[in-house]
Write a protein that binds this ligand. Structure first.
Ligand SMILES: NC(=O)c1ccc[n+]([C@@H]2O[C@H](COP(=O)([O-])OP(=O)(O)OC[C@H]3O[C@@H](n4cnc5c(N)ncnc54)[C@H](OP(=O)(O)O)[C@@H]3O)[C@@H](O)[C@H]2O)c1
Length: 195
């Protein structure tokens, strides 16, 4: 069965970005991307790299795990602000928004409907897994639909910021099975948890 996979980078204290909601991995950002981290991503999740990185690295072809990516409007707009209206042209690209009326790139699908209904329909269609980019608000809305979490856990704490799930997500404890793990020399861990 096709899974919804929340593949997300987190600090040790459970944040996916700083309080201002900007991209912390960009130039001057506080979140370093070591070479071995990048190499692991290239080897395992080449489809999770944005188009400009894939082109620079000579990566092409379909995804190893995913053929579809879903993200919230605020996460999408980070790429948009950097001049990249479709960071993942190699995947079906869905952006959830109730305020955007026109997709900035022809292949980007805007969805204003309930994300749960949309994800259930995508799962029923079959195919490779669906990558949930985030952010916290969309992940909170889809909390119950997530089948796998792949945490890219950085050896970093920041004290406060955007959490893995938005503070508005409902309280609903769930147990997860650790099904894969990789520790890389620079100190990050890639942890796969399945429902
Ligand atoms: N570390 C990582 O791997 C990672 C990954 C992704 C994002 N991030 C970070 O996460 C932050 C953004 O996260 P965020 O939580 O602020 O925002 P977000 O989840 O990316 O986007 C929120 C927006 O998505 C739309 N949305 C959310 N729930 C919806 C629903 N139920 N139905 C329809 N539309 C819905 C709404 O758009 P409208 O307002 O247009 O309706 C909402 O304002 C950024 O700082 C980004 O850098 C980090």
């Amino acid at each position: 069965m096709r899974k919804l996979v929340y593949l997300v980078a987190s600090t040790l204290d459970g944040f996916i970005a700083g309080p201002d909601g900007t991209d912390p991995t960009g130039p001057g950002g506080f979140w370093p991307i070591p070479q071995d981290y990048l190499e692991h991503l290239i080897a395992e999740y080449p489809e999770a790299l944005p188009v400009q990185a894939r082109e620079a690295l000579g990566i092409s072809g379909p995804g190893a795990h995913f053929d579809c990516v879903v993200e919230g409007r605020k996460s999408y707009e980070i790429g948009l602000a950097a001049g990249i209206p479709d960071a993942f042209p190699h995947l079906r690209h869905i952006v959830f928004s109730r305020t955007l009326t026109e997709a900035p790139a022809p292949a980007v699908e805007l969805v204003a409907d309930d994300p749960i209904t949309t994800i259930r329909a995508l799962k029923a269609q079959g195919g490779k897994d669906i990558w949930l980019v985030g952010g916290a608000q969309l992940a909170g809305a889809l909390y119950r639909e997530i089948d796998r979490i792949v945490l890219k856990l950085a050896p970093l704490t920041i004290g406060s910021g955007v959490p893995i799930f938005s503070a508005g997500a409902e309280f609903d404890p769930r147990a997860w099975a650790l099904t894969d793990r990789t520790v890389i020399p620079s100190g990050a861990m890639f942890l796969t948890y399945d429902r």
